[in-house]
Design a protein around this ligand. Structure first.
Ligand code: FMN
Length: 200
């Protein structure tokens, strides 16, 4: 499409996404986070939550979480995700559709050990998304675990790790004057990205 370059977009949406993300990181005040929607098969409804976006790996977008959490149970049943990035200052949004797979445990471990020690312990003790009677029980477990691992590395639990999102659709959105927004849809067809301009 001839006018893509006017919006810092090219034929490869992964490269364009990285450029938009890097540009937004310079001006936005929020954490580099995205909304992640999954399909809750038990209640037949969508679920969304904010997660930190942790960059590209082998042309996949990545995030880390607890594999026993609500979202991970959703993903065990249906690996389809929709990611949404919103940058207020830049007036931009990117929506990504893709399928997830779990990262290797060794890659997850590498990231786990790059985090600060208290975050490692918090991830170690939490059965994310399960009910808990009160916060004190969790804080006691945190202190006990901290003491137990004093001077030793905190092991990355098997139930904690990364997801790789292999994208097959991107939509780039820019606010325009008078709500005449610019929207470009990239769809992967026969291993080639096809671009369509959408109405606002
Ligand atoms: C800015 C922000 C960043 C977050 N990053 C993560 C993250 O990287 N991984 C994660 O598991 N939860 C993260 N959370 C918490 C999630 O939004 C969510 O509450 C948690 O993952 C449980 O979701 P689930 O019950 O739908 O599985 C973050 C929350 C906020 C507000």
């Amino acid at each position: 499409m001839d006018d893509l370059l006017n919006y810092s977009l090219g034929n490869d949406p992964l490269t364009s996404f990285k450029e938009w993300f890097d540009a937004a990181s310079l001006v936005e005040q929020n954490a580099p986070a995205m909304s992640v929607a999954t399909y809750d098969h038990e209640h037949h409804r969508p679920m969304a939550r904010v997660l930190l976006y942790k960059g590209l790996q082998n042309d996949c977008l990545t995030f880390y979480t607890n594999y026993l959490s609500h979202k991970s149970k959703d993903l065990d049943h249906n690996p389809e995700v929709c990611l949404n990035f919103y940058w207020h200052v830049s007036g931009r949004q990117v929506r990504v559709q893709g399928k997830v797979s779990k990262m290797s445990h060794s890659d997850s471990e590498k990231y786990f050990h790059s985090r600060d020690r208290d975050s490692q312990i918090a991830s170690y003790i939490s059965t994310q998304s399960s009910a808990i009677a009160d916060k004190q029980a969790l804080m006691d477990k945190f202190e006990q675990t901290k003491n137990a691992f004093e001077g030793k590395p905190v092991p990355c639990p098997e139930h904690w790790g990364g997801y790789l999102v292999k994208p097959y659709e991107f939509e780039f959105f820019l606010y325009g004057a008078n709500r005449i927004n610019d929207r470009f849809l990239y769809q992967l067809k026969n291993n080639k990205w096809e671009v369509t301009r959408l109405q606002p």
